[in-house]
Design a binder for this molecule. Sequence first.
Ligand code: S3P
Length: 178
Amino acid sequence: MNIILIGFMGSGKSAVAQCLSQMLGYSLVEMDDLVYQKTNTRNMPEVFEKGGERLLRETEIAIAKEVATRKAMVVSTGGGVVLNKIILDYLKNSFLKEGDSSTASANGKVIFLNAGFEQIAKRLEGDDSRPLFQNREMAKKIYDFRLPLYINYADEMIDVDFLSVEKIALQIKDTHGL
Ligand code: S3P
């Protein structure tokens, strides 16, 4: 089984993915890092400089397709993957061989790390590594737009505001009998 963490920027996906992958002995897939590798950049501002948000989204789709056949992985997605349904389709069906749609039951579990906007703003204000969090107002609009998308894709939602990284990882482990 694969675990796919989704949620807004600053919701703790990377930290939880790292902790959970160690706990389970699964491989860790950090999608933002793969975006840097693939676009030959070092960080998100450079990705946006090079090709705008479009380059990011196209690269995310290509990465999801590439990693889709791997097993026993924890994926820390970028906060915007819910904008392209095909990304989660690839990640959830990671057991399928190319071209095989006959046994289409998903083996990836999508976990939504639900952090309140205030918590996120506290963490990210003043952090210039995220081009889509330039200011509170803009970020709140994106947050409100995306919230129903995260909920829609989630097999499980965890309210993370008052939970430690370790507790969140343990909860995922226990809920899915891993
Ligand atoms: C984005 C989230 C970021 C990164 C990029 C865009 C988004 O990832 O992919 O800055 O659209 O929400 P994190 O969620 O890991 O911060």
